[in-house]
Design a protein around this ligand. Structure first.
Ligand code: PAF
Length: 279
């Protein structure tokens, strides 16, 4: 496996790389969800194509300096995981090699990114779009794999690619879950044993509500089930259009029931898709 620490080293290695080039953008601290993205990338690339994994804790998508500082960076074990997943090239830039100190251009999505997770994290999705577009340009990738767990991020990236004619195919990859249904996340390890035991209620609440027939009932049911726990606190719980992520008041289109729930300081997200059931 090659390792590139700068954009120019990356470009040099990829100059004659066999296509397709498939990129998995990550911030490291791998769990089985990341490994499933790498496996999917290998499937898309085939045995002869090139799988690139970027490991970069992107400072411009953090709204709190303390979160950025606390973000885990187990680089040695992440690189070992890439190697055993058959990755061809790991890109591990330092922040000052990705961004000029006086950078003044940002990619800004102005509709899908404003609600849900974006409401409490101003600038977060601008940071994500900017780094992802830079990674697409640096690697010249043909396709890129994103987890469906971060469904708002996936929708925003798709919109960026559509609106800016970015020639990269976006490949979604299903959420990987623990045996009890909790979506895998590097944050799960920060839950206390009591919080961890309680957290699968999020998934159960969403699934039970998804079977109901009106938006009001769906929201009320999921809210009540999550709030029944004294350990959890809802940050948001919304029913939104699956493509535009704008709130819906009827089930006349595919929609998504999405939530972010705090357990103490740890914020967990999850969602379920709800098919169109009325005209
Ligand atoms: O999902 C993530 O880990 C990050 O938001 C991404 C896509 C790697 C951009 O920094």
């Amino acid at each position: 496996m090659h390792i590139a620490e700068t954009g120019s080293a990356l470009r040099e290695i990829l100059k004659n790389a066999p296509r397709p080039v498939v990129l998995v953008p990550t911030m490291g601290a791998f769990h089985p969800g990341h490994l499933s993205l790498m496996r999917r990338a290998r499937e898309i690339a085939g045995p002869d194509g090139t799988v690139v994994v970027s490991i970069f804790v992107n400072p411009i998508q953090f709204d709190r300096a303390s979160d950025l500082a606390a973000y885990p960076r187990p680089m040695a074990s992440d690189l070992a995981a890439c190697e055993s997943a058959g990755v061809d090239l790991a890109f591990t830039p330092a922040a000052d090699s990705m961004y000029f100190a006086d950078r003044s251009v940002t990619v800004s999505e102005t509709l899908l990114s404003r609600g849900l997770c974006g409401a409490a994290r101003p600038g977060h999705f601008d940071g994500v779009c900017t780094v992802v577009l830079k990674l697409f340009l640096l690697t010249g990738c043909d396709a890129s794999v994103f987890g469906e767990k971060d469904f708002q991020q996936l929708a925003v990236i798709r919109r960026m690619v559509r609106d800016l004619d970015v020639p990269v195919e976006i490949i979604p990859c299903p959420t990987i879950r623990e045996a009890d249904g909790l979506a895998m996340s590097s944050r799960n390890s920060r839950l206390t044993p009591e919080q961890r035991a309680d957290a699968p209620r999020i998934r159960r609440a969403l699934l039970a509500a998804a079977g109901l027939t009106s938006p009001a009932e769906i929201i009320a049911s999921a809210t009540a089930s999550i709030e029944a726990s004294p350990l959890s606190r809802i940050d948001y719980l919304s029913l939104v259009d699956a493509e535009t992520l704008q709130p819906v008041t009827s089930l006349d289109r595919p929609s998504v029931l999405a939530t972010a729930v705090f357990y103490g300081e740890v914020r967990l997200i999850d969602h379920v898709s709800i098919p169109k059931t009325s005209a």
